[in-house]
Design a protein around this ligand. Structure first.
Ligand code: 6R9
Length: 651
């Protein structure tokens, strides 16, 4: 690592008028710690309330009775906060810039007035399909404006949306429709991406074979491609939007009414339905969006995430729109039609804040700086990253070639569960260090604990697991339908604390460095994957007896998926079978879960009680045979030698 990479980067010139200045950070942070009710009582006023709250914070992290409530007696409507309240002053301002996959198609500028019209009509279509307050609506849409309309239409009528990433398979979609008990699924005909088309409607047809026949299917005719049509079940949304009334009165909702469910991977095979509620979530998303990106009136802001992930929820839709911002939605991929696409879009729309994932930076870095240098990036002011630790080399490249050394980089650490940024720098207030997420956001109380003794590591220069010892308004409230699992997953291991699942180091200056997951979750290109999910997909194949999946270092993806597979007796390991298993996992979960390496394992290292020793499998996958540690508890140590001898050598 170069000296430049580990040194502090001062705040660049031009941030004298930043929303948070260096002297403000410490003062406001202290206030948020000493008087959370006062601090958040004031911040809650960012939102328009139908009935103002009289109570601010009411939270309890005690195992067995975990309960999280913010602004609990307030009444509001999230869609009104993202749309209606802006109409008097910004009806003609662009709310959403839609940049299509094909650069030869025109971009669309959707004003707040148009957004209002679309969302009201969409909401009336949902009502006409019998969707009521508290009902669940699954949204299986790509990066098109209708995804935002659908989310906000749900919010308007008090329905709970659950967006399912358009890259997920029919099986994964069916599981989410069933777990959430959705009444309706919203999809589109086909989804262009990188010049190819994903058949979302036919995926949905396949998923619905495994769901109640009462589930309605609302179809956005986006490309006009031919699809099957089931009379009585399928509804042409865009046509219906023309038929219904243009106004839909917003439903007054309690601050603690659920806004959405978003499924995410954990250490078990079954994804968890993370529940976020209305008031606290929106307040936190809006505040972090404004301060972390130093968003000023008139700025054009672009987050390249997908609405299928939490980043798309908080930082494409809810945060920016609550702030009356202009938010860009990009349908395509960074490499289409060529490796200059991101920068072409930045130049074309004069983007001021650009927020992406380290994996995208690494892959563009590999294409050479000439792709960046072709474009005028002088509009950029703030750069952001999210999803995984950024390696200092990629940080320095991003800073130098994209930011030209004049744009602060905000490395934002957070999770689906946290609703918004937790540890991040602030452009005008916090100096950066490449690879460090820097310091906690207001109201966030990080603690570093010893992983085995659970003792709090006081002071600087310490390492351990990362927890938060108090609540913040954006925190998830429960797992859909399973509050005991919520408490067990996050509050049992380190009593009194919310456990992130991440390891972390606090350096001599008090800066935080996230070192990666310490549980059975791996991070592939910024996508969270439970190793158990991939394992259960593999063992569902008739020729597989047993499977163990671990992560291993991967140059572009951050982590790759390494699968050890034991076949059924008498089944020959062949290259065809390897391909068959790869394709199998793609259809069971989706392309992002396809193993990068499959190693045939005649046996897996197990303890005498039959537990797979993943620690050892991880080391073998990392090619780190010297550090296998204690193998004396293995029931058959010879298995390990065999696995080492046959370690896949192409990774
Ligand atoms: C927002 C999002 C959460 C996990 C998290 C951690 C990793 C996210 C990071 C980061 C280091 C960052 N992660 N941001 N690690 N630095 N800036 O990504 O949510 O999909 O739930 O993933 O991602 O491991 O625990 P989610």
């Amino acid at each position: 690592m170069s000296v430049e990479a580990i040194s502090r980067h001062p705040i660049p010139a031009g941030f004298e008028n930043a929303l948070v200045k260096p002297e403000d950070y410490a003062r406001l942070y202290a206030e948020s710690m000493n008087d959370p009710d006062g601090f958040w009582g004031r911040e809650g006023k960012r939102l328009d309330w139908i009935t103002p709250y009289s109570k601010v914070k009411n939270t309890d992290f005690t195992m067995g009775k975990v309960s999280i409530k913010w602004f609990e007696d307030g009444v509001l409507n999230v869609a009104v906060n993202c749309i209606d309240r802006h109409l008097p002053t910004r009806a003609n301002q662009t709310a959403i810039i839609f940049e299509p996959d094909d650069p030869n198609q025109p971009a669309r500028h959707i004003s707040y007035a148009e957004l209002s019209d679309k969302v009201n009509r969409f909401a009336n279509v949902l009502l006409s399909q019998g969707v009521m307050r508290g009902d669940r609506v699954v949204i299986y849409l790509p990066m098109i404006p209708e995804a935002a309309y659908a989310m906000l239409a749900c919010a308007r009528i008090g329905a709970i949306h659950s967006v399912v990433f358009a890259g997920f398979s029919p099986d994964a979609l069916a599981n989410r429709i069933n777990d959430s008990g959705a009444k309706v699924v919203i999809t589109c005909d086909t989804a262009p991406r990188g010049g190819r088309r994903t058949p979302l409607k036919s995926n949905t047809d396949a998923a619905l074979l495994h769901c109640s026949d009462k589930v309605r299917c609302l179809v956005v005719k986006h490309t006009g491609d031919q699809t099957t049509w089931i009379q009585g079940r399928d509804v042409d949304v865009l046509a219906q939007m023309e038929e219904v009334a243009p106004d839909c009165p917003p439903r007054p909702m309690n601050a603690e009414d659920p806004l959405f469910i978003l499924y995410t991977s954990g250490s078990t095979g079954k994804p968890k339905g993370v529940v976020h509620t209305s008031g606290g979530y929106l307040c936190y998303a809006a505040m972090t969006h404004e301060l972390v990106f130093d968003y000023h009136e008139g700025d054009v802001y672009w987050c390249t995430a997908d609405v299928g992930w939490v980043t798309g929820h908080s930082y494409i839709v809810y945060g920016p729109l609550a702030n009356g911002a202009t938010t860009l939605m990009f349908e395509g991929v960074p490499s289409y039609p060529d490796a200059g696409r991101f920068w072409a879009v930045c130049e074309k729309h004069k983007v001021n804040q650009f927020y992406t994932a380290p994996t995208a930076i690494r892959s563009l870095m590999g294409q050479g700086p000439e792709w960046v240098e072709k474009y005028d990036l002088s509009s950029l002011r703030v750069l952001g990253t999210v999803g995984e630790p950024i390696n200092p080399e990629a940080w320095v490249w991003y800073d130098h070639h994209v930011g030209k050394g004049r744009c602060p980089i905000v490395d934002t650490f957070w999770q689906t569960e946290t609703g918004g940024h937790m540890i991040t720098s602030l452009p005008g207030a916090i100096e950066t260090k490449p690879g460090s997420a820097t310091l906690p956001f207001f109201g966030v109380k990080p603690v570093v604990l010893d992983p085995s003794s659970a003792e709090v590591q006081e002071g600087n220069g310490v390492e351990g697991v990362l927890c938060f010892s108090d609540s913040w308004p954006g925190q998830m409230r429960t797992i859909w339908g399973d509050h005991p699992r919520f408490m067990e997953t996050y509050f049992q291991q380190y009593p009194g604390n919310y456990f992130t699942g991440d390891g972390c180091r606090r350096d001599a200056d008090g800066y935080y460095w996230i070192t990666g997951r310490v549980d059975d979750v791996i991070n592939v290109s910024g996508h969270r994957m439970g190793t158990a999910e991939v394992e259960s997909a593999l063992v569902a194949h008739e020729k597989v007896a047993e499977a163990a999946v671990v992560g291993y270092p991967h140059n572009l993806k951050g982590q790759g998926i390494y699968a050890y597979v034991t076949l059924m007796n008498g089944i020959e390991p062949t290259d065809e079978l390897r391909k068959e298993l790869e394709a199998w996992v793609r259809t069971e979960i989706g392309p992002i879960a396809k193993p990068d390496l499959i190693q045939w394992a005649p046996g897996l290292p197990k303890t005498r009680s039959g537990k797979i020793m993943r620690r050892i499998l991880r080391k073998i996958a990392e090619n780190d045979f010297g550090a296998l540690g204690d193998t004396s508890t293995l029931s058959d140590p010879a298995v390990v030698d065999e696995l080492i001898a046959n370690r896949q050598n192409h990774g």
